[in-house]
Design a binder for this molecule. Structure first.
Ligand code: PLP
Length: 407
């Protein structure tokens, strides 16, 4: 008996329902051309051709579906969008040129002058700058509150609050928000809950299932996983994503086809990479906690972490980000970092290679001193994005950092 497949789709969309995220990461969203390629094709083209002037007019007029121009749609980008939407359990996704473009496009398309945002203090430094400096210029005010204190969120809500924005676990202190509680608060106040799911990815946490309205990623991080490309994506229901799409089509922060192809391939190994990141990070967090030169370790997988139980409930793993304070200040933190030899000193995270960062002078360096203090970004804080190298080799390299503190 012959088996028919939906034209151009490797897996018919109707078959995706109920598939595990591990399967979706390799199977969802692929578009197959007439060449019947097994791997995803890449479409590096700025525009698309028509069979006639009448067809061009029909495409532009919206009477006929199809590609027009790659700022609007591109098959490679759509393939990536289809896959990540399926993995996050969202109706639609819109890919963007960077993670910041995803956050900006969400704000520009869903907020207006006079609206108010409540945002957690511990967000990525540039997210904080975007809200404080740029959104404020367009009359959108933001109040920053503690990620973990639901009472503070409640108190910050105003009649004009339209968005609650969180990163959970947070960067770099790995605090964990109660997503269900914040979703209920948002919905009780006619506001949207937007979750930056960069640290967990859909492999470890699916915010839409916990009640969030929109999920944002810096695809630059774990979705790629090999530090090759900058990109972002927004996922959620069509009623919001159509607005985000309208903005990127008009304003232009679209993802390039090449980057989409790299991210599409990155997603295929995301489940096994995330498990390897989690295993190494938990082992290192425990090991760091036992080191005499360490003041404190921040990792939700540790029983000492204040939101350990919450993380266990809403995440299926604790992720690959571990932060810790060395005893002392900036000098000791820098000495530790410079003492390592294999681990890369770089601000990117989510790579298969372990990276080490001094947040106070890099990722969060643009924050005002009082904002840094409130966000807990101290001078002795070091952030590790734990990669997938052999754990013993990671310990050997970090031990060089500890040795440098003794020298
Ligand atoms: C949690 C988080 N969200 C968003 C971003 C911004 O992403 P991008 O650098 O792709 O613009 C970053 C970047 O480091 C991040 O760590």
């Amino acid at each position: 008996m012959s088996h028919s497949r939906e034209e151009h789709l490797w897996i018919p969309e109707s078959d995706l329902d109920g598939m595990s995220v591990d399967t979706l990461s390799v199977r969802a969203g692929q578009i197959r051309t007439g060449q019947l390629e097994h791997s995803d094709a890449i479409f590096p083209t700025s525009s698309f051709v028509y069979g006639s002037a009448a067809q061009a007019a029909a495409r532009f007029g919206g009477e006929e579906a199809g590609n027009i121009y790659s700022r609007f749609t591109n098959p490679t980008v759509q393939a990536f969008e289809g896959r990540i939407a399926a993995m996050e359990g969202g109706e639609k996704a819109v890919a963007t040129a960077s993670g910041m473009a995803a956050i900006l496009s969400t704000c520009m398309s869903l907020l207006k002058t006079g609206d108010h945002v409540v945002c957690s203090r511990g967000v990525f430094g540039t997210t904080n700058v975007l809200f404080q400096k740029y959104m404020a210029r367009f009359g959108v005010e933001t109040t920053f509150v503690s990620l973990t204190e639901v009472d503070e969120w409640q108190a910050a809500i105003r009649p004009e609050t339209r968005m609650l924005f969180i990163e959970t676990p947070s960067n770099p202190l790995c605090e964990v928000a109660d997503v269900k509680a914040l979703a209920a608060l948002a919905h009780g106040n006619d506001a949207l809950l937007v979750v930056d799911n960069c640290f967990c990815t859909p492999i470890l946490q699916r915010p839409l299932e916990l009640g969030a309205d929109l999920v944002i990623h810096s695809a630059t991080k774990y979705l790629d996983g090999q530090g090759r490309c900058v990109g972002g994506v927004v996922v959620g229901p069509a009623k919001y994503l159509d607005e985000v799409y309208g903005f990127i089509r008009s304003a232009g922060p679209t993802m390039s086809p090449f980057n989409a192809w790299v991210f599409q391939k990155g997603l295929e190994t995301l489940p096994i990479r995330m498990r390897a990141h989690c295993d190494n990070a938990l082992e290192l967090a425990k090991w760091l906690e036992s080191q005499p030169s360490v003041e404190k370790v921040f990792y939700a997988g540790l029983e000492s972490h204040p939101q350990h139980e919450l993380a266990k409930q809403q995440q299926s793993g604790f992720g690959g980000m571990v932060s810790f304070m060395v005893k002392g200040g900036r000098e000791q933190a820098w000495r530790f970092i410079d003492g390592t030899r294999m681990i890369s000193i770089t601000a990117n995270l989510g790579d298969v290679k372990t990276t080490i960062t001094h947040p106070a002078t890099t990722t969060h360096g643009r924050l005002a001193p009082e904002d840094k203090a409130k966000a807990g970004i101290t001078e002795n804080l070091i952030r590790l994005s734990v990669g997938i190298e052999a754990i013993d080799d990671l310990k050997t390299d970090l031990a060089r950092g500890f040795q440098a503190l003794e020298d």
